[in-house]
Ligand binder design. Structure first.
Ligand code: BDR
Ligand code: CA
Length: 315
């Protein structure tokens, strides 16, 4: 299976993405880097270590990445959505393993060299580590097989401002650098992630499985489900990060994902953090625009939740 590196701000849906990749028969997770977003980068790394250990995985390096965005300071996370500890305030058994000495950006560069031409990046938090890795090694885009990000909103509204999705809006300068770099990439944004939900019966399946990992996930999802009452009108959850992971492995194939220019608004106005995808002509069948290198996922027809639950139960 091809090598994958996960860059994350773990986070409840990040936890789902991590477990999805661990359980995937077509992904070999070779590294994890963390960034501040849902929680601090340090807390996100601890959560990853704890999840790896209860899932029985050893030896996957976890590197703490950027604490602050490129401009400004980390603002403390979203305890009302992901819990103060990022995993819905449940207590995971503390892992015996610890983080590696490299920074997040350093580990990305190192693994890109080790698996040159093969490494697939999945970024499901603010894009700070990738921007820093690009500064360390400007040739990084030529060494990466593919980058898939959960972030942005092409046609859908934002979730932290009317136009900005969290992973872009928390570090627009980093996002601008990442979208401008010439790697083949896929943007899995709110356009599709808001349509993919896990409902209460699926959460109950996890809780009643008798399996420690699945039970932990079911328990941490309680808080996330409560948050989404504001959005969907009943307890439920959007499957942002795990959907991006499944699209990255190729196990979920989008039914509409045109390759178009995407620019990030990194100005200080009301558009800050917007992903501006040039979709003009896409629906009239215009040809590929020269230089465009980002597939913007606009439609996924599959119902992803059952597949995700089966995966977690397989661990
Ligand atoms: C994204 O923001 C985070 O809170 C989630 O983990 C996901 O990566 C959704 O906007
Ligand atoms: Ca995330």
């Amino acid at each position: 299976a091809p090598p994958f590196l996960l860059d994350c701000d773990t986070g409840i849906d990040d936890s789902l993405a991590l477990l999805y990749l661990l359980a995937s028969p077509v992904a070999n997770l070779v590294g994890i880097t963390t960034v501040s977003g849902n929680v601090s980068a340090a807390q996100a790394a601890q959560n990853c270590l704890d999840l790896l250990e209860i899932s029985g995985f050893e030896g996957i390096p976890v590197a703490v990445g950027a604490h602050d965005p490129l401009v400004g300071d980390f603002e403390g996370g979203v305890p009302h959505i992901h819990g103060a500890n990022g995993v819905g305030n449940i207590e995971l058994p503390t892992a015996s393993a610890s983080v590696v000495a490299e920074s997040g950006a350093e580990l990305i560069v190192k693994l890109a060299d080790e698996y040159a031409g093969e490494l697939r990046l999945v970024a499901i938090g603010p894009l700070t580590n990738l921007a820093l890795a690009l500064k360390l090694d400007p040739s990084l885009p030529t060494k990466i097989s593919h980058l898939t990000i959960m972030g942005g909103a092409a046609l859908a509204p934002g979730n932290i401002t009317p136009v900005a999705e969290a992973n872009i809006g928390l570090d627009p300068e980093a996002a601008a650098a990442v979208f401008a770099a010439p790697w083949p990439m896929t943007m899995v944004g709110l356009d599709v992630t808001m349509q993919q939900r896990m409902e209460e019966p699926a959460r109950q399946r996890l809780l009643s499985s008798g399996k420690p990992v699945a039970i932990a996930i079911g328990a941490m999802l309680e808080l996330y489900f409560e948050f989404y009452v504001n959005v969907y009108g009943h307890p439920s959850s959007a499957l942002h990060d795990p959907l991006a992971a499944a699209i990255a492995t190729g196990e979920v194939v989008p039914s509409l994902a045109p390759i178009v220019p995407v620019e990030i608004d990194a100005t200080l106005g009301i558009g800050r953090g917007q992903t501006i995808a040039d979709l003009r002509g896409q629906f009239r069948g215009y040809p590929l625009i020269e230089g465009a290198h980002c597939a913007v996922v606009l439609r996924v027809d599959e119902d992803f939740s059952p597949m995700l639950v089966d995966r977690i139960l397989s661990l």
